[in-house]
Write a protein that binds this ligand. Sequence first.
Ligand code: G6P
Length: 748
Amino acid sequence: MRLSLRFIVPLAVALALIAYAVVPLVDRFTLKWFERDLDIRTSLIANALQEPLEPLIREGSRTKVLRLFDRILGDERLFALGFCNPNHVLVYKTLTFPAKVTCAVTGAEPAANVSRVVEQGRGPIHVAIRPLESDGVVYGSLVLVHDMSFVQRRSDDTKKYVFYLFTVIAAIISLITVVIAELSWRGWVAGFKALIRGETFGRAGGEVHMRELRPVARDLQALIRDLESERRTRDDSQINWSPETLRMILRNDLKGEEVLIVSNREPYLHLRRNDRIEVQRPASGLVTALEPVMRACSGTWIAHGSGSADRETVDGSDHVMVPPDRPAYRIRRVWLSQEEEAGYYYGFANSGLWPLCHIAHTRPTFRSADWEAYETVNRKFADTVVQEAATRDPIVLVQDYHFALLPRMIRERLPDATVITFWHIPWPNPEAFGICPWRESILDGLLGSSILGFHTQFHCNNFFDTVDRYLESRIDRETYTISYGGDQTAVHRYPISIEWPLHSATMEKPVAQCRADVRGRNGFAPDAVLVVGVDRLDYTKGILERFLAVERFLELEPEWIGKFVFVQIAAPSRSRIDEYQNFEERVRALARRINGRFSVGAYAPICLKVEHHEPDEVYEYYRASEACFVSSLHDGMNLVAKEFVASRDDERGVLILSQFTGASRELAEALIVNPYDVDQCAAALRLSLTMPEAEQRDRMRSMRGEVQEFNVFRWAGRMLLDAAQMRMRSRLLARADRGRKLISTRGA
Ligand code: G6P
């Protein structure tokens, strides 16, 4: 419709101009030319008659004059002839001579040359009077009457041809204009699209379309960025991030769209203990962070059903509602065979990728069979996502290194889905990552995501460098995007956190009570001073280094022997992997050796508890301790540090934190240590036990403010808002595309 208008309107304007301006102008000019022609012709005839006519006039022979006139009238255009004497009397005239014409028709002297067009019944006639002389004496004048109907005929023909000619020219010009306008419109649309997407102008393809946009491009991009960052800052600083905020984002910004989470570890495991079924919340930073988010958002959490009673507790479609006491969302369990679990989870994920990404001096092991299982399981989860998706464009939150291939697999099956992938562990530098034999496939898989998140900018930069090294792609470090194979992935930093306030009954229990209960339960002295460490039994956590620091501390400060107890809660983890079994043995052996060295009676300085603890129990240890020691050798974030801070609403307690954790970038008031530096760690232990209360309060207050403000609802909210914005943009672009297609179809 709009295309035909664009063609017809200029054409109609051109036709009106032709009809009312061009044709009359051409008509006037042709008339003038014909009049001038007739004047010349008239003079020629008059000159030619001068000589033969003069003797006949003198002779007064009427018959001879009229015969001469009739002979001349043989010319088809000369219509009548007459002769006037010097007194303006029409003496001779041919039979055709119009009655209206007299010798005085012009009112001029016979000596004057006069021409005039006169209208009469049959159409216009051209009347010309030419004086006749003989020897310089005027003896009369010749009246020549030309029929001008041929001029009229010719003028009509000319008008017609001029009209046709100009109409054709106007049509061609209109068509060319429409085509050019359409082409440049497409160019502009493409240009603006690229602009909105934040693309720059370096690409050969885009260059042609966008040259005209260049002057405005930078300003527009800067404006978009300003608006975005303004919105981000405004959002981030003004919003009180809570479960309700998340619900609001889902309601308002995402219009209640479907949210699916995929992770390997499920938030609730059902375990068979004799004839009872127990529910367990696993020790996992990922679960700690995401569980409150899911409670707020509802939706479906797809995970490996790994509990011994998991199959007994699901419904016919493998779903179970959780939390058991207050169901808010559902888990969809995916079943893996023992071989699949061995290859995908214990093999590629935890013997390959885990040590690869954590620079903790444990060699990664890569086996083809593990890689095949990893691919198979990723595909199994992709199938489950497709089955669970009720819409064609759900928001899928893919979690962690177990699913590097999943984003691409989802993108292939649900191209309209928004896939947000979060990598919970560090991303190493390109050299370290390069030893993985399937590095390109992993990068390709991850770049199926719409948004890819890491805890720190350092990990984002490592990822950019790795992609730059191993894939043909376009990296924009200004907008933090990677364009690869026609897709664009935004790579951003989203520091993960925990819920605030903590959702636990232990928080109701006074600190003094927690202390008394922990001491009583474990048989510690009533005045024992506790420091706690809470981890999975994992070689990246620096548990050995921590014990060595305890040993050094007691060496340097023997007065603490008998009073100081280091409680290490170590959740058994991945124990089928040799590295982990060896590690557990080494941890136990070291604790034994140090305890052997410093034990006095029933007192032992290290209390190693290798068993699962539910969150409420862990919070009790946090509240009962003077300090919490986090000594990871490499850790994406480490949420134990944040949980300790959140649990200390009494504003006491000291956090000793490894510089190799993501958390150390946020919790600057902790005692930041290098876990490899045993003396520094021992000094930090001493400082934590002797720190004045006022200083403890100041530090703790500041860290609590940080964790409160940057809580997990903000982490999830920020990603969901970015996803909402991305979806809005792509819908706008799709609408622009549809509009353009509509224009071309209608125009065709
Ligand atoms: C880390 C990983 C998580 C994982 C957790 C516990 O935090 O990033 O993905 O769930 O460790 O490990 P597990 O192997 O027991 O799930």
